[in-house]
Design a protein around this ligand. Sequence first.
Ligand SMILES: *Cc1c(COP(=O)(O)O)cnc(C)c1O
Length: 396
Amino acid sequence: MKAEPMLLVSEPILGSQEKAALADVIDSGWITMGERVSSFEHAFAEAHAADDAVSVSSCTAGLHLILHALGIGPGDEVLVPALTFVATANCVLYVGGTPIFVDIESSAQPLMSLQDAAAKCTPRTKAVILVHFAGYMVDPEPWQAFARERGLMLIEDAAHASGLPGAGAIGDAAAFSFYGNKNMTTAEGGVVLARDASLLDTIRRARGHGLTSGTFQRRSSRTPIYDVTMLGFNYRLDELRAAIGLVQLGHLKEWNAKRKILAESYRRRIGENCPSVAIPFEARRPSVHHIMPVVLPASSDRQDVIDHLRAKGIQTTIHYPAIHRLSFYRGLYPDVNLPRTEAFTDHELTLPLHPRMGLDDVERVTSALADALGERVPPAAFVMRDKSKHANLASG
Ligand SMILES: *Cc1c(COP(=O)(O)O)cnc(C)c1O
C-alpha cells in the first residue's frame, strides 16, 4: 500500500503548458533577454495597472536594485517589519544602510505598526519597506501620509502580493517574487515596478551590469558598441523563466480566486471546530491569500500540534521566525525587543493553502487541528452537507 502524499503548505502548479513554453524557447535558439522577457514584463505591468516593469532574477535582487537606485547607503536608516522573510532586511545591509525593526499592530493585524514606525523615526530615517504579510493589503493612505510628512521613500516588498489589486502602486517602487512557493512561479525570479519611469530605467540598466544596450538589442543594431555608465549587477531573468512566467500569469486570477475560497472555508471551519485558534486579519481586508496563518492558544504546545498534524500527513510551517531573533541579526542588533511580533511568531502556525487543494483538504486539516488541540471534531452530518454544497470545488 502506498502512503498518501503529504499535504504541503504550498505547491507550485506546473504542467503541459509550461513544458511546451520551455520547449519553444529551446527551439528558438535564443535563451536570454529576448522577446519573452519583454512580453512578460509588459504582461506583468498590465496585470498591476502599471506602464512598465523590470524583470529580475529574484525579489531579493529587485529590492537590492530599488534601494541602490534610490540612493540609500551608509548612515541611512530604513524602517522594516521583523515579521517577514530575512531578505526584506538583508537588502538594506547590501547597500550599507541600517534596518530598523518595527513591531506589528497586533496578533489580529500582523502588519507593521504606524505608531511604532513613528516612534522609531530619526533624522537618519530615509525609507520604509512595507510587506503585504500573507497576501493581505497594507493600508496605502496612512503610509503615504506618513512618508510624505517625513520626506521618506516608500518601498513595497510585494513578494506575497502577485495579482493583489493596488499592490506595487503604493510608493516609489515595489518588488514581487516568483520563487517556487509563491502564488505564481518562474522557479526563481521577480519583477520591479516603479512610479517614476526614470527610476525604473536606472533599475533596468543596473540589472544588466550598467550597460547601455543588451545582447538582444546589439544583435539587431548596426553597431556592437556599448557603454557602461554605472556600477551594475547581473540580476537578469532569462527567456526560459519568462516563458514559464507568461503561462503562470495567465492563471494567476483564477488561482488567487481559489485561494480565497479555501481561506474562507478555513475561517468557517476553524471558527466552528477550533474556537481557541485565532485567525489574523479581518476577512474583508483585500488579500491574495499567499499563506494561511493561524495563532494557536498560548496554552498549547506548538511542536505537539506540528507533530500531530505531520503524523496525519499534513505539513505546517512558521511565518516567520522574527528577523531580529535570528542569530545573525541578534549579533548585529542585540537590543531589539518587539513584544507583539514575538508573541505572534511564538504561537503562529501556517496551514496548507494552495490552489491544488479542495475543500475536503481544508476539512481534513481543521479536523486534525481540532483533534491536536483536544477540541470538538466536526459532526459527520454537518460535514457532508457542507461538502455537497461545494462538491464541484472539492473534486476540482
Ligand atoms: C519570498 C520572499 C522574499 C524573497 O523572494 P526571492 O524571490 O526568493 O528573492 C522576500 N520577501 C518576502 C516577504 C518573501 O516572502
